[in-house]
Write a protein that binds this ligand. Structure first.
Ligand SMILES: *Cc1c(COP(=O)(O)O)cnc(C)c1O
Length: 459
């Protein structure tokens, strides 16, 4: 072993354990057949290591659990609301807190408040629920992310950056019709890729010149700040907390899903600086979410979010969180398994096209790969390819995306590096056996968001 080598370990010890159920191959064969070869339809009890999503699947700390006991379940003016407001001021710097049941609740409210029919909302790629709420409020979404974000082979360090020329063009061509620029920290749909601090600052300056607001999707902002600390010149000695605060300062408000970075199992909020926007948002809040001091969350959940926010911006936490993702990515890469690079903040994306070149896209290679991985070891992943893309509403034809991927999403603080080893070894064993894998045929296709409920059988 080289002398300069120093391993890192999870920055916590384990106080409560949740036993995992290990199944036999025969049990898994039955389970995946019953689930129609769709990992969304598996029962959690049949899963060994669950890498379906990192949404609401985090392990809470002892402090968060202790905070749950301090839940003040008053209908109005709950103590926990004020704790959460404090955390939002301290870590993100926004003036007004508007709590919601989860991220999409905040997206719904801000879209309704700011968007008028026929508006255009530019953004760095899109997230499913964010874009849907903008469209439902009457806007058209304009993608202004840099071209490299759409290229899985590009190793650009900030694939979440906004292309300033594209943005300026949208602002010039639509005077008075751009209610805000929608910027996401680590772009989920691009594989968890970060935006740089310099780019965030430039976007804000440009938007201000046109008198347009910037609304940040801060769901994964701590992960984004860590990439800035690692990669952006001049940021190496700055803390993640400082960088998060500065990123937020280049926006007029944010939407947040507390199910991601803030380490809670449910919750979210909208935060804004403008008094009038806050007032309009609170008016809608009481219609759609709940009173302005709970917005759909129990008092105990607001407390867990308030404490989780503080933990989420700790350097050692975020280093280990993303370190675990990179650890899994490095292993797979060393073994020659095709993955999307650079590895992003929340998961590994297997390139199913390169993995299974003999299965045509019409036979759902990523879906087949996710099913094969489950069969091998009980590891649950998710398809992000032609099944997720659905059909073109105009022609009725399947949309064939360039990217045919399987996502292995890592929940925060839930699994150890040993679980990453088991996962990597299972991917490797499926890779060795790849020539024997067959494609799938769809036997049931729902009309909307088909990936959640579609059923398949082997060809
Ligand atoms: C999950 C997510 C959302 C939506 O949040 P929910 O809490 O699931 O409603 C919005 N933006 C990003 C980037 C997300 O990852």
């Amino acid at each position: 072993m080289p002398l300069n080598r120093r391993s890192w370990a999870e920055p916590f010890k384990i106080k409560v354990v949740e036993p995992l159920r290990i199944t036999t191959r025969q049990q898994r064969e039955q389970a995946i057949a019953e689930a129609g070869y769709n990992t969304f339809l598996l029962k959690s009890r049949d899963v060994y290591i669950d890498l379906l999503t990192d949404s609401g699947t985090s392990a809470m700390s002892d402090r968060q659990w202790a905070g749950m006991m301090l839940g003040d379940e008053a209908y109005a003016g709950s103590e926990n609301y004020y704790h959460l407001e404090d955390a939002v001021h301290r870590y993100y710097g926004y003036k007004h807190l508007i709590p919601t049941h989860q991220g999409r609740g905040a997206e719904h409210i801000i879209s309704r408040v700011l968007i008028k029919d026929g508006d255009v909302v530019p953004g760095n790629m899109y997230f499913t629920t964010t874009r849907l709420h903008q469209e439902m409020a009457g806007a058209r979404f304009a993608d202004v992310i840099i071209d490299q974000a759409h290229d899985p082979a590009s190793e650009h360090p900030f694939k979440g950056d906004v292309d300033l020329d594209k943005l300026e063009k949208v602002l010039q061509e639509n005077p008075g019709r751009v209610p805000y620029v929608s910027v996401a920290g680590t772009v989920n749909m691009a594989g968890g890729q970060p935006i740089s601090l310099a780019n965030m600052k430039a976007v804000y300056a440009l938007a201000q010149r046109y008198g347009v607001r910037v609304i940040l999707d801060a769901t994964r902002i701590a992960e984004n700040a860590w990439f800035i600390q690692q990669r952006e010149p001049g940021c190496q000695n700055r803390s993640v907390a400082e960088l998060v605060f500065e990123l937020c300062s280049f926006s007029d408000g944010c939407t947040m899903s507390a199910k991601k970075d803030p380490l809670a199992n449910i919750g979210g909020f909208l935060a804004v600086n403008d008094d009038e926007v806050a007032q309009a948002a609170r008016n809608l809040l009481v219609v759609f979410e709940g009173l302005q001091t709970y917005g759909g969350m129990a008092g105990r959940d607001m407390e867990a979010v308030a404490i989780g926010i503080g933990e989420s911006v700790q350097d050692d936490h975020i280093r280990a969180r993303i370190g675990q993702v990179l650890y899994l990515g490095d292993k797979l890469r060393q073994w020659g398994i095709p993955i999307v690079l650079p590895v992003g903040g929340h998961g590994i994306f297997l390139d199913a096209r390169a993995f299974l070149p003999h299965i045509p896209q019409t036979q759902y290679p990523a879906q087949a790969l996710a099913a094969a991985l489950y069969l091998d070891s009980g590891v649950r992943s998710m398809e992000r390819g032609i099944v997720s893309s659905g059909r073109d509403p105009a022609t009725g034809h399947e949309r064939a995306p360039k990217l045919e991927l399987v996502r292995l999403t890592i929940p925060r603080r839930v699994y150890t590096q040993a679980h990453m080893d088991v996962t990597a070894e299972s991917v490797y064993s499926v890779f060795e056996d790849r020539d024997n894998l067959r494609g799938l045929r769809m036997t049931y296709e729902p009309k909307m968001l088909r990936f959640f409920q579609a059923r398949f059988e082997p060809c």
